[in-house]
Design a binder for this molecule. Structure first.
Ligand code: FE2
Ligand code: FE2
Length: 261
């Protein structure tokens, strides 16, 4: 049994407590997109919700690469690296008849929502989000990465609750959930991610046995920067969705070159 530092436990408790206070859009009950789908004015249609889910599918495709980037750069924290590799193996199908999760997801999207996730164009909010996330996981500071990785798994649980609500809004209540590959994917992850989050935290506890101000601060920063990026992405998606709906015109930028030469 590994020892646990009381200071580290205290820090993790604080992060859990602060997470939704600082970043309310990670909470499926307060998320801006879910709220727009559920409120009486029904500002967003099923098609809007589908467009958001399409953007989300791009993030799902990228997530495994982010994990891989982090393991390559943080290889000297062995127990943490092994845990991430374990999660990657699960992504590759160790628990799902050797079928990668992304393949389940792709097939589900194609058959049930009639779009090909490999052909979705990212909105500018998604491009910005992915580039931030990639740079977060491409660094070799172990403490910062540990915080970011823990946040990634911890927030994934919350994220699947949001995705479930968006999905159910699109397909409607009468949808036969028991036959849906996408629903199986979402439900499965709501469970999977709880284990991921607990196990990844266990795998890093040994590196935080003794209080070190700088190391603990980096862990906290890594945790919150991921939460903040996901929170911001939801807000930006909402903004972009509205903008695309109500402002369907191209801005005519004058061609200065033509007027000069
Ligand atoms: Fe997965
Ligand atoms: Fe996970």
């Amino acid at each position: 049994m590994s020892l646990v530092s009381p200071e580290f436990e205290k820090l993790v408790g604080k992060l859990h407590k602060e997470n939704l206070r600082l970043f309310p859009h990670l909470d499926s009950r307060k998320n801006c997109i879910v709220n727009q789908l559920q409120n009486e004015i029904k500002k967003f249609s099923k098609n809007d919700a589908l467009n958001v889910l399409k953007q989300y599918s791009i993030f799902s495709n990228e997530a495994i690469h982010m994990l891989l980037d982090a393991t390559i750069r943080n290889h000297n924290w062995k127990s943490l690296q092994n845990e991430i590799i374990h999660n990657i193996q699960e992504e590759l199908g160790s628990m799902t008849l050797e079928i990668p999760h992304l393949e389940l997801m792709r097939q589900g999207y194609r058959e049930e929502l009639l779009f090909d996730p490999d052909k979705v164009e990212p909105w500018s909010s998604t491009k910005a989000f992915l580039s931030t996330m990639k740079s977060i996981f491409r660094n070799d500071d172990n403490s910062f990465s540990a915080g970011a990785l823990y946040s990634f798994e911890y927030n994934a649980i919350l994220e699947f609750h949001i995705v479930e609500k968006i999905f159910l809004f699109i397909v409607g209540d009468e949808y036969i959930k028991s036959k849906s590959l996408l629903y199986y994917y979402i439900r499965g992850h709501k469970e999977f991610e709880i284990n991921h989050s607990e196990e990844i935290l266990n795998s890093m506890k040994d590196f935080f046995l003794h209080y070190d101000k700088e190391q603990f601060a980096k862990f906290e920063h890594g945790f919150f920067i991921v939460s903040s990026s996901i929170n911001k992405w939801w807000l930006d998606l909402e903004y972009e969705l509205n903008r695309n709906k109500y402002f369907q015109f191209e801005i005519d930028i004058p061609d200065l070159k033509k007027s000069i030469f």
